[in-house]
Design a protein around this ligand. Structure first.
Ligand SMILES: C[S@@+](CC[C@H](N)C(=O)[O-])C[C@H]1O[C@@H](n2cnc3c(N)ncnc32)[C@H](O)[C@@H]1O
Length: 285
């Protein structure tokens, strides 16, 4: 049976989310725009994302440990996964914290994939944008945002929304990219045109931090986490070939093919690792 992504306007879904994050009072949702600087539904990304951006279980656990270290001692009952995409982190978050997880994303096709593979009874997906979160005020303990900030159309509005839905002791965990990391992103040398695209599209880490500070958040942590994305170059090339990345998908085919040829010819040993910016915010008291 074909899965139909939940509509945030549907009464049944609203009722379900209510039980999850104790939660939905935003009936204006019916007319809420689904904002995105990049419409994933206009790409083939949903078909390739799960494989092209997969993380080995130990890398996923590495991320769970990172998040856990920053919410230690807190009672985590509900987590919001903003821009959850295919749900790469949603189930792991539910499992790690024994919490309900609501994943929201404006993309039907990404949510469709998330739902199709979802096996966790405490994970719920709904269409929604970070700029207008379909949850009640003070309803979640953690807002997790992974690789979505650069797609937000109105970052200050997103930070305000995070503040609104977060409980007083809650945490925003921002897993993100930034143009400052261009020299360390492993595919850039093979696809030189990506440097200019990243520079244009990925906001600086300072900007990302200041957006949350302006919404009365304190920075509790700012750093980078190095994650392994492939054990060796052939495996890395297979993943990159899927083009499951909003920068790679924007390259001309000719340039992409040239880069792939260089990557396939790479003889350097693995593993291939990359830095991911990670910030944690708490509400300013
Ligand atoms: C690179 S994917 C990241 C998916 C997932 N968080 C992960 O790390 O695997 C970016 C996701 O952000 C979503 N997105 C784009 N604009 C958004 C917005 N305004 N609010 C929430 N999510 C958005 C896209 O639809 C896409 O699914």
């Amino acid at each position: 049976m074909e899965f139909s992504p939940p509509e945030i306007t549907a009464g049944a879904i609203i009722a379900k989310l209510n039980t999850v994050a104790s939660a939905v009072d935003r009936m204006p949702l019916a007319g809420a725009p689904l904002l995105s600087a990049m419409d994933y539904d206009k790409t083939e990304m949903a078909k390739t994302y799960r494989t092209g951006r997969s993380l080995e279980p130990e890398v996923l656990q590495q991320w769970m440990d990172v998040v856990a270290a920053h919410v230690e001692g807190k009672d985590v009952q509900a987590i919001l996964d903003v821009g959850c995409g295919t749900g790469r982190f949603s189930e792991a978050l539910a499992e790690e914290f024994n919490a309900n997880v609501v994943g929201i994303d404006p993309s039907r096709t990404m949510l469709d994939e998330a739902q199709r593979h979802c096996t966790h009874s405490r994970v719920f997906y709904a269409r929604g944008s970070a700029e207008f979160i379909p949850l009640k005020t003070s309803s979640v303990d953690v807002v997790f945002i992974s690789m979505a900030f650069h797609h937000f159309t109105d970052p200050p509005a997103v930070a305000e929304e995070c503040r609104r839905v977060l409980r007083p002791e809650g945490r925003v965990c921002l897993r993100t990219g930034s143009w400052e990391k261009i020299p360390a992103y492993p595919y850039v040398p093979y696809f030189p045109g990506t440097a200019a695209l990243i520079e244009k599209r990925l906001p600086s880490i300072r900007f990302q931090r200041e957006v949350f500070e302006a919404a009365s958040f304190d920075v509790l942590f700012e750093g980078e986490v190095w994650q392994q994305i492939a054990p060796d170059f052939p495996t890395y090339a297979d993943k990159i070939a899927l083009r499951a990345d909003s920068i790679l998908v924007s390259l001309e085919d000719k340039e992409f093919d040239a880069g792939m040829a260089m990557l396939r010819a790479e003889k350097a040993p693995g593993p291939i690792v990359e830095p991911i910016d990670f910030l944690v915010f708490g509400k300013h008291t």
